[in-house]
Design a protein around this ligand. Structure first.
Ligand code: GTP
Ligand code: MG
Ligand code: ZN
Length: 310
């Protein structure tokens, strides 16, 4: 039998087959995934082979199919082991907000670099447009234009009022989608609005900190009634774990990657080198100054190198 892992509850995994049947499965023996040591051998999104065993609806996982991508929570460098959040993701959506809580472009860019590093196509969703002021709306338009131009599809929605949710349904349909972002931006609420059959728990925004309360505590994959899956994840706190080499960071900025062949030095870091095409483009206004600023931040501050899901 074959299926996809939609939930992990410690030593049990809920596996869904093609005909939408659910099985409670255990793992057989030790699993080693090539290349990385993981605290969890099987993650949400993994496609597995299992056999029925024991009571009706129970099974035993025999094999995990090779992943085409995955996203991890722990640094491989620092702790020597990683927690896999999810595997086989068609698109990672960074759910952001201009207000309550505000998402910085520094945070967005760090997450985009991470998605690029794990070879996961990324997109942006600005939620809560129902509460935006005129200035917030302008900022939202500006960021949507910036990120779309870089190849990251961008959407502005309201989970509360359902604005532009239908357009989002069309792109999510029949795909494995992962929502990521700060606590309180409305990841779970948006999934509930997208598919009213779901009733995922949502939280309040702390009135003191204007931040979410970390309501979702583990990644779970929800089958969508209109086809495909939505992986809801816990809100991210910023701090550095995954280390990227300078060269790797510049490769993860698509607009810099495109300009590198025009830099004088093939290993140009676009900081101090003469005849740098990125700095020239920046002076001419073709490279966004905020992106360049965030790039320098990533190069200089290792504590900002990546993100952790807490
Ligand atoms: N005004 C407004 N509030 C929203 C919207 N979407 C979500 N909220 C509210 O924001 C709060 C947080 O929503 P959640 O869905 O729990 O946020 P989350 O991103 O899942 O947070 P974590 O699970 O903690 O990571 C709730 O009080 C929601 O009602 C929206 O479009 N507009
Ligand atoms: Mg949530
Ligand atoms: Zn350069």
């Amino acid at each position: 039998m074959k299926g996809v892992v939609i939930k992990s509850t410690g030593s049990w995994y809920i596996v869904m087959t093609n005909d939408n049947k659910l099985y409670n499965c255990r793992l057989k023996g030790q699993f080693r995934i090539h290349g990385i040591r993981t605290t969890n051998p099987v993650a949400v999104g993994d496609r597995v082979e299992f056999i029925k065993e024991g009571e009706e609806g129970n099974g035993m996982i025999k094999a995990i199919e090779p992943r085409f991508n995955y996203i991890v929570r722990r640094s491989i460098n620092l702790s020597k082991s990683a927690h896999i959040i999810a595997a086989n993701i068609d698109r990672l959506y960074i759910v952001a907000s201009i207000m309550l809580p505000r998402t910085s472009t520094g945070f967005i860019d760090r997450l985009l670099v991470t998605a690029e590093a794990y070879h996961i196509p990324a997109a942006l969703i600005f939620n809560k447009i129902d509460i935006y002021t005129k200035e917030a709306n302008e900022r939202c338009d500006q960021l949507m234009e910036l990120y779309s131009s870089l190849g990251y599809p961008s959407y502005a929605v309201s989970a509360l009022e359902g604005t532009n949710v239908e357009a989002l349904r069309l792109v999510l349909r029949d795909k494995v989608n992962l929502f990521s972002g700060h606590s309180g931006v409305g990841k779970s609420a948006l999934i509930n609005t997208l598919d009213p059959n779901l009733a995922i728990k949502t939280g309040e925004i702390s009135s003191y900190h204007n931040k979410g309360m970390h309501t979702t505590t583990f990644a779970e994959m929800h089958p969508l009634s209109f086809g495909g899956f939505m992986i809801d994840t816990p809100g991210i706190k910023e701090f550095g774990l995954v280390h990227f080499e300078s060269q790797e960071i510049s490769e993860r900025f698509p607009e810099f990657r495109a300009l590198l062949p025009d830099c004088k030095y093939k290993n140009c870091t676009h900081v101090h080198e003469p005849s740098c095409a990125v700095k020239q483009a920046l002076d001419l206004g073709f490279v966004n100054p905020e992106r360049y600023h965030n790039y320098l931040g990533l190069l200089n501050d290792e504590s900002l190198d990546a993100v952790d899901y807490v």
